[in-house]
Design a protein around this ligand. Structure first.
Ligand SMILES: Nc1ncnc2c1ncn2[C@@H]1O[C@H](COP(=O)(O)OP(=O)(O)OP(=O)(O)O)[C@@H](O)[C@H]1O
Ligand SMILES: [Mg+2]
Length: 312
């Protein structure tokens, strides 16, 4: 059984009933790092927020299932979900300052989490906090405990975030562009840290990014999003060596080290109907069938799924 299974998830806006996620399905296995790729607005963050039960108030899940560790999350109450969040599933965002509490020291914030989820306090909490700060590569953790978030550099703050997120030994870490705001070298250190936590602690990670290079290094498998749907899913090496969906090919055509791909975005005269393929108007190999029919996600090879009529 996978650790996380999302099945046919639809998310819509309550204001104009447009669908923002249109049937997202994927599994994340125990110990796996699953990368999520796709342009801005394609629904990557909404997927993460759905799993955490943290969708903005004007959005709602209209159908689908989210099964985590054998439990259907969508049927849980707010309190039940609250217990899972931060303990069994944790998240790190791009900007630690928006998540860290500015008026509490690093040590107090970490201890608060331990008390809330595990009922730990006193010296045993202190010890675990120091051990975790050390684990994420923060030098002199005994001193850092006393710092407020603004007193730390961006890289250290992101490490504190990671320390917070692994404090209760979660099974799943959701990382939504955790390194985008950092310098390249710090970025690589954080990625290396996540990789080590994965191999050492078996931490499963859902890693959302725009950065192909990071994913190649980090992810075992990759999902490619386009407009609220998954258009391709495959093991990382397969996606890098043989991207199949015309959109994935387009994404990878600018990846350094790849030969410039012959894929050219065409301007089509015709417009697909509402029932047509979402990618049609940007597709280099747009087909007749896509004008009035939507492709479904099919398996073209072991563990390799594509949403495209070319492979149907
Ligand atoms: N609260 C909201 N109300 C209405 N629409 C929203 C809301 N939040 C997100 N959206 C829309 O849902 C779509 C998916 O958003 P999402 O944040 O998941 O994109 P993303 O793939 O994470 O993009 P990025 O790479 O820029 O972070 C976008 O079109 C966005 O405008
Ligand atoms: Mg996002």
């Amino acid at each position: 059984m996978p650790l996380l299974k999302v099945q046919d998830l639809f998310v819509t806006s309550t204001e104009n009933s447009t669908y923002l996620l249109k049937g997202i399905s994927f599994s994340l296995n125990h110990g796996e790092i699953l990368g999520v790729l796709g342009e801005s607005g394609s629904g990557k963050s909404l997927t993460a927020l759905s799993v955490l039960g943290l969708l903005p108030a004007n959005l709602k899940i209209t159908s689908g299932e989210i099964i985590f560790d054998g439990k259907e999350l969508l049927s849980l109450s707010f309190q039940e979900l609250q217990k899972i969040r931060g303990k069994k599933i944790s998240i790190i965002f791009q900007d630690p300052l928006s998540t860290l509490n500015p008026v509490l020291t690093v040590g107090d914030q970490l201890k608060e989490i331990l008390y809330y989820h595990l009922g730990l306090k006193g010296p045993s909490a202190q010890d675990l906090v120091i051990k975790t700060l050390r684990e994420v590569g923060i030098p002199d953790p005994e001193l850092r405990l006393k710092n407020y978030p603004h007193e730390l550099s961006g890289g250290l703050r992101q490490r504190v975030m990671i320390a917070m997120s692994i404090l209760c030994s979660p099974k799943l870490l959701i990382a939504d562009e955790p390194t985008t705001a950092l310098d390249l070298t710090i970025q690589m250190q954080i990625i290396e840290l996540l990789r080590r936590l994965n191999s050492k602690l078996g931490l499963s990670i859902l890693f959302i990014t725009h950065d192909l290079g990071v994913l190649r290094w980090l992810a075992h498998r990759i999902l490619v999003y386009y407009q609220g749907q998954i258009v391709e899913a495959a093991p990382t090496e397969k996606i890098f060596t043989k991207p199949c969906h015309p959109y994935t090919q387009l994404l990878f055509s600018s990846y350094p080290g790849r030969e410039k791909s012959p894929v050219v975005v065409q301007k089509h005269e015709e417009k697909p109907s509402k029932e047509g393929c979402e990618f049609w108007s940007r597709c280099a190999v747009a087909c007749e069938r896509g004008l009035k029919e939507k492709p479904s996600l099919i398996e073209i090879d072991h563990d390799h799924l594509i949403r495209c009529f070319l492979y149907d």
